[in-house]
Design a protein around this ligand. Structure first.
Ligand code: NDP
Length: 296
């Protein structure tokens, strides 16, 4: 099966690696070509010079870009996806996108007879490397079943959440929870540290108690206490995700003061810490405000 993958970023590259072997024949495209060249050298995938070139001859196209807007922008123009896409193809967008833009992209591709599915993922870079991602899908049943064999190459829990846009919506709510947990635990641990209580000890207690979460059990234990702060998922992308969740709640006329507040706070953190900061580095802003570092 000929598959093309567009967007070899932090999560896209390890996802695409699973498709660079039989029964798939993979073509890749990345905006910064040197990254695609390195990927091609490592995996044997065909490296395309443009999106149109990448999708030529493919029955399935996968994108993994920062937002739905970059995906939409890739469609048109002489080198765009639509210039090379065969009718009746399948387009799977693994970007953590927004439902409204995904619906617009689906309609545009539909004019070409191409089926669309939003399929954002969760599980981080390590989950992608292990082929164990959760994949939240938005499509009709037939499109979902058509996509499943490809998604199974990197996904473990693969769920159709509803029609186009539903995968994006579930992902955004998941990300709101992630952002809320990171912000709340940052406030709590900085306060405990400033009061002279060991954050390592506090985390150990919390992780055996009702306030524990993935953030306390994994992220803060492995990245904050150790001061390792690896850069695997940008704060800028998490801020984008929580903003999508707030917008989604607003569109559905659901009051969401907490999600909106955290979206606003993450925008402040993004401005303060910069576009390359990792999402867990959010704690550094709280530390700066409090004048106290969380250290084991
Ligand atoms: P990165 O910033 O690491 O990579 C972004 C990718 O998009 C790169 O390939 C980049 O190309 C490309 N890109 C950026 N802007 C454009 C543009 N204008 N036109 C074309 N290509 C562009 O992001 P991630 O890989 O981390 O994230 C990708 C998506 O996956 C996001 O929606 C994110 O929210 C989601 N996600 C990320 C996770 C993670 O752990 N990292 C986990 C789950 C979801 P270039 O190399 O040229 O910069």
């Amino acid at each position: 099966m000929n598959v093309s993958f567009l967007g070899l970023g932090a999560i896209g590259a390890p996802m695409a690696r699973h498709l660079a072997k039989p029964p798939f024949s993979l073509a890749v495209w990345n905006r910064t070509k040197s990254r695609a060249d390195a990927f091609g050298t490592e995996t044997g995938a065909r490296v395309a010079g443009s999106p149109a070139d990448a999708v030529r001859g493919a029955s399935v196209v996968i994108t993994c870009l920062p937002t739905s807007h970059e995906v939409e922008a890739l469609l048109d123009g002489p080198d765009g996806v639509l210039a090379g896409l065969a009718p009746q193809s399948l387009f799977i967008d693994c970007t953590s996108g927004d439902p409204a833009t995904s619906r617009r992209i689906a309609a545009r591709l539909g004019e070409n007879g191409t089926a669309f599915m939003d399929a954002p993922v969760s599980g981080g870079v390590s989950g992608a490397q292990q082929g164990a991602l959760t994949v939240m899908c938005g499509a009709d049943e037939a499109t979902f079943e058509r996509a499943r064999p490809v998604i199974e190459a990197f996904g473990k829990k693969i769920v159709r959440c509803g029609p186009v846009g539903a995968g994006d919506a579930v992902k955004a709510v998941n990300q709101a929870l992630l952002g809320i947990h990171i912000w709340a635990l940052s406030e709590g641990l900085v306060a405990l540290s400033k009061a002279g209580i060991s954050p390592r000890l506090a985390l150990d207690v919390i992780n055996a108690s009702s306030g524990r979460s993935n953030v306390s059990q994994n992220l803060f234990t492995e990245r904050v206490i150790t001061r390792a702060f690896p850069r695997t998922f940008k704060l800028a992308l998490m801020e984008k995700d929580v903003t999508i969740a707030a917008e989604f709640a607003r569109e559905n006329r659901v009051p969401s003061p907490l999600i909106q507040s955290v979206a606003d706070l993450l925008r402040v953190a993004r401005q303060a810490l910069g576009e390359d900061a990792d999402h867990v580095e959010t704690v550094k802003l709280l530390e700066e405000w409090a004048g106290c570092e969380v250290q084991g």
